[in-house]
Design a protein around this ligand. Sequence first.
Ligand code: VG1
Ligand code: CO
Length: 543
Amino acid sequence: MSILKVATKPFNDQKPGTSGLRKKVPVFQQAHYLANFVQSIFDSIEDRMSQTLVLGGDGRYFNLEAIQIILKMAAANGFKRVLVGKSGILSTPAASCVIRKYQTDGGIILSASHNPAGKDGDFGIKYNIGAGGPAPEKITEAIFARSKAINEYLILQAADVAIDQIGEYRLGNMVVQVIDPVVDYADLMETLFDFAAIRTLLARGFRMQFDAMHAVTGPYAQEIFGNRLNAPAGSLTNCTPLDDFGGGHPDPNLTYAHDLVESLYGEDGPDFGAASDGDGDRNMILGKRFFVTPSDSLAVLAANATLVPGYKQGIAGIARSMPTSAAADRVAAKLGIPCFETPTGWKFFGNLMDAGMVTLCGEESFGTGSNHVREKDGLWAVLFWLNVIAVRKQSVEDIVRSHWQQFGRNIYSRHDYEAVPADAANGVMQHLHQSFTALTGKTFGSYTVNICDDFSYTDPIDGSISSGQGIRIIFTDGSRIVFRLSGTGTEGATLRLYLEAYEPDVSKQNVDAQVALAELIAIAQQISELHARTGRDKPTVIT
Ligand code: VG1
Ligand code: CO
């Protein structure tokens, strides 16, 4: 077997976004496109000779081809060993679990998460460091810089490795170890949650429905809920991973998880519903005719953490992304623990968790997790909720309402405007930027603007600064409007508008978020000139 040095030219669009490099499949299928990026990752790893990596993806179209290319490149680049998920499948949290458990030097995760898949869908790739989390910006910037200068990559000339059987195989001087990550992941979950209590809950007639949306969590859900928790047949749906996710959009929210939502809101629906996304790191939690916003979910889990074995000693701190509601801040204040506000993207939580400063982290985008791994974790959140329900013996709705009663309700919504022409979206952001001075102190109806800024974050551990992370318009009563451009889309620009208002009065908490936020929505439209500038009169998705 010989090592080929392949001459190549840089592509200039390989800048990793919020979570790795995401492009349409045909972009990744161009000659050298994937290889250029992989070599750029490898070139940014110091001492890569003799390192061990983890490799796997969410099973979407192009996953298997990409894995064979990456294995041959890893062998040619001097890696000692690569742990691959059986058939190339690894959920994002399981990849983080495996990197940590086997103390590997890092890993490569192939996923475009919640973006649709298939031959005209999206594909993605990201690099995780030895702590198990997404590479920090310093590394992603180095990878991007390298991708703009690359002129050759190394690849082994060899036959494909059979990765559908557990075992060890040689590829040149490298060992390919095919592992079953489901067991490793399920074992970790058993160390955190009271499986006996959840088993009893399910045995006594509490009905759950989990929708794997034909994405990566299917096998994990079958092992955990089916085999280990004896959930009755019918509790799990769409558990066979498909390379196009069954043509669906594996984003667990009220729009895309419509079958699940219909079932929970229907006659005689189950008591608890949950769904995950393409790569298994997101979660949506539903009660009977009740939706838990992800921001509330983080706050509720934090407030109830000591009811769960893995967190019974208490939590050290909480971190949330900037656009996530301040519901968790109120819990942190009550518990007397710190709460950190970070930019969007899980990579910003890693340092805080490594330093032991936070235990729970969350994002409004259906992401919740803890220091058990360094990624957000969909099934972990589902188990956490089930464990809390098993102990409190209350419905999802009762748990959330009693939380609001105690802490007040941070009424919250996100409006996404997808596939907007980039110029128009940038125009909205620029216009807002230019309005900071004019807006400050101005009154709109019942709201007066207190602060306008573009969010910037200084990492408390390594001092690195990330600026331009989203425009905040904060009102004197703490209500907020936030505008951000997405860093995960592959078509035009996605403009996100985040809205939050605080309601301490219990008698006013039982409202529809869109109704309660109507005044803020109108202010956001007015000050951003969104309709005039983008031609859009309503959002693509509301969550
Ligand atoms: C979105 C979410 C962000 C999340 C990211 C990756 O990013 O808003 O909170 O961390 O997706 O999630 P953006 O830049 O499009 O807003 V996943 O499940 O794609 O790994
Ligand atoms: Co995801």
